[in-house]
Design a protein around this ligand. Structure first.
Ligand SMILES: [Zn+2]
Length: 279
């Protein structure tokens, strides 16, 4: 029997990403603050559809907005790891990275009663140590890599990329990768970000983006019998009114197409049960 799973994921960053980038003047901070309003709208929508999603929540957000994060837990959603301070691991020493990982996990344990099973790196930039740390801290899955789309796969350790030499593949591990893509992330499509070095134009039509996302599901359905598709959103981005309307219609169409909605943890377990033994 065919099964096409959709994982809706929400990175509940609030102000953490702006603070991590040094953008601490009032307007960027308030832009992150809007995520709380967006989160309430998303929770209401998911409840009305009976959908359980996965929320990647930095420790910063859990400690800044404890009641809002309890509401996420009360909605039956999974809380997954998204660092404490939203600093990309690639810019941390191994010691800093592990300390942040442990601190955030402790925050999640206090909120939910257990440690996170899944991890997504801030800004999708892992350090050379992250995957080893996730294995050492008993994570089930990561969701920061782009080496697939509909089929989760085993994370490898020890890959070697040397200029002028063929790529050397490392060994497969028990850690399951739930692959992601910038094209299935609301942020680059919608957010206008101007810095001294660059401009991210964003501000695309919400309906056009949702049509692309729906076609992604349809292609999965057309080409494979069992697949898992992950969409990434941010409450301060998708939570704007016209985007919420488009998102609501997109969800209705996914339901019509026969999508099964689960948390990432459940999807990762389903995927792991189907994967061949480690090579
Ligand atoms: Zn984030």
């Amino acid at each position: 029997m065919s099964r096409h799973i959709v994982c809706l994921t929400f990175d509940f960053d609030t102000m953490s990403g702006f603070i991590a980038r040094g953008m601490t003047t009032p307007t960027p901070l308030s832009r992150g603050e809007f995520g709380v309003i967006g989160a309430r709208r998303i929770l209401t929508l998911l409840r009305s559809r009976g959908i359980h999603a996965t929320w990647f929540v930095p420790g910063f957000t859990i400690e800044t907005y404890p009641h809002e994060c309890e509401a996420v837990v009360d909605g039956g959603h999974e809380i997954a790891h998204h660092s404490w301070a939203h600093v990309p691991p690639s810019s941390q020493t191994p010691e800093e990275e592990e300390a942040d990982l442990v601190r955030a996990n402790e925050t999640i344990r206090r909120l939910t009663g257990r440690k996170a099973r899944g991890y997504r790196s801030p800004s999708w930039d892992l350090s050379p140590h992250t995957l080893r740390l996730l294995l050492a801290h008993d994570f089930l899955y990561d969701s920061s890599l782009m080496g697939g789309d509909y089929s989760p796969y085993r994370v490898r350790l020890g890959d070697e990329a040397v200029l002028g030499q063929p790529y050397r593949f490392g060994v497969e591990t028990e850690l399951i990768e739930m692959p992601i893509s910038w094209s299935l992330d609301d942020y680059p499509h919608f957010e206008f970000v101007r810095t001294t070095q660059s401009v991210l134009p964003g501000l695309q039509s919400a309906r056009a983006v949702m049509q692309n996302w729906l076609d992604e599901f349809r292609y999965m359905k057309k080409t494979i019998d069992f697949g898992i598709l992950t969409y990434t959103m941010h409450p301060f981005v998708i939570g704007r009114g016209y985007r919420m309307l488009a998102f609501e219609d997109f969800l209705a169409k996914l339901i019509d197409e026969g999508a099964t909605f689960t948390t990432m943890e459940d999807a990762a377990r389903s995927a792991a049960a189907q994967l061949p033994a480690r090579r």
